[in-house]
Ligand binder design. Sequence first.
Ligand code: F6P
Length: 463
Amino acid sequence: MKPMDRAQLVIASNRGPVSFGRDDDGRLVPRRGAGGLVSSLGPLVAGSGATWIAAPMSDADREAAASGRIDVEGFRFHCVDVDPAVYRMAYDVVSNSTLWFLHHHLFDLPRRPRIDRTWRQAWEGYRAYNQAFSRTLADDSPDGAVVLVQDYHLSLVPAQLAELRPDVRVVHFLHTPFCDPTWLRVLPAGAVDELIGGLAGATAVGFHSRRWEDAFLGCCREVLGRQPSTFVSPLAPDPDDLASVAASDACAEEAARLDEAVGDRAVIVRVDRIEPSKNVLRGFQAFDELLRARADLRGRVCFVACVYPSREGLADYVAYHLEVETLARHLNDRWAEPGWTPVILHTTDNFPRSVAALRRYDVLLVNPVRDGLNLVAKEGPVLNTRHGVVALSREAGAWDELRRAAIGLNPFDVTDTAEALAAALDMDAGERSRRSRLLAELASARSPTHWLSDQLVAAGVAA
Ligand code: F6P
């Protein structure tokens, strides 16, 4: 296998490593983009001469897109030129309201999805958005390029790009779960063919968990009658990046604030986007049930929820955000005592605060209804300083790797979740220490470099 020159590497993702703003003189200036993908892949491509292609998220990004490729942090960045209306159809309607709900099995099926003429127009928008990426990739990819396409927003790119540039190797990596074949039937047949055929156009398709790979292969057998090449490669936290945030003044300030708020009480922590798949509501309901069942814990444990807004352009997300805030308030109304606030809810994005909370937890609650991986479940054990235990949903991809040390829970079962929290809080010091050491070992067994290498190997080149 031939080692690959990183300048031949091309990455495509909806959200890019850079977004643009304006300085005081009105000039466009690049800023580091948000999100787990960027923090994992960004450092790996910095200084490599690779190319990264992403969608514009703002007018400033769109203006920057018009000026073509830009050199930032030692790689070439190119914003795809997409019409804002097409982008909204592709991102809001198809990617986030249809494919996200489909792959996470989130639809309230008697009501959603509503597949009508408007939805069909949106699907055309999704196709056009994917096509815009494919054209840009075809123009920007050097000879012998390996193109790493990230996530469900760009499911049609592999087949489209194979038509335009049969010489490049395309790997598609899905960060979400993949729907079971029965759920796929929710979509119109034409969209199903395009979706599965689009992904199967890749040299290989990657997943964080064997479960999602199996589901995808099941869909391929039904739709295509064949199985494309696939691989499993769970992403891992970047320990250096986490260590530098943990050592920052901002994190120390947040840690001091947290200490003041919780005192010497036991602390349950969650760190999540405010997002229906994350199951924030059942987490609070489980805490409520725990306090009902265990009078001895009242006044002695705090639930610190560092949750932050996501996809606020969508009504479902806004409504969910409101429900989260309302339920947290109800719990505090019901249980608070002078000097004890049972639920400490933070709803702004503050990474140093989340890192401080992950260092401080006695129990980390990660209870998604379904999750491609859940990087927080691995970041927690890498950062934690208190022999904390992880109460983890068996429906998260990270369960595959952490099951030997985490306390498993059924995310749909509030009582089971409350019992998992109780078991974690009651655990004796010896068992906590054994589990937390094993958790840290399992969570740091791989790094983002392994994940990138696996994609290159799947493309048929040596890392
Ligand atoms: O979980 C899939 C994922 O694409 C993550 O990689 C990322 O953090 C998130 O979803 C993207 O969300 P957004 O819609 O805010 O870009």
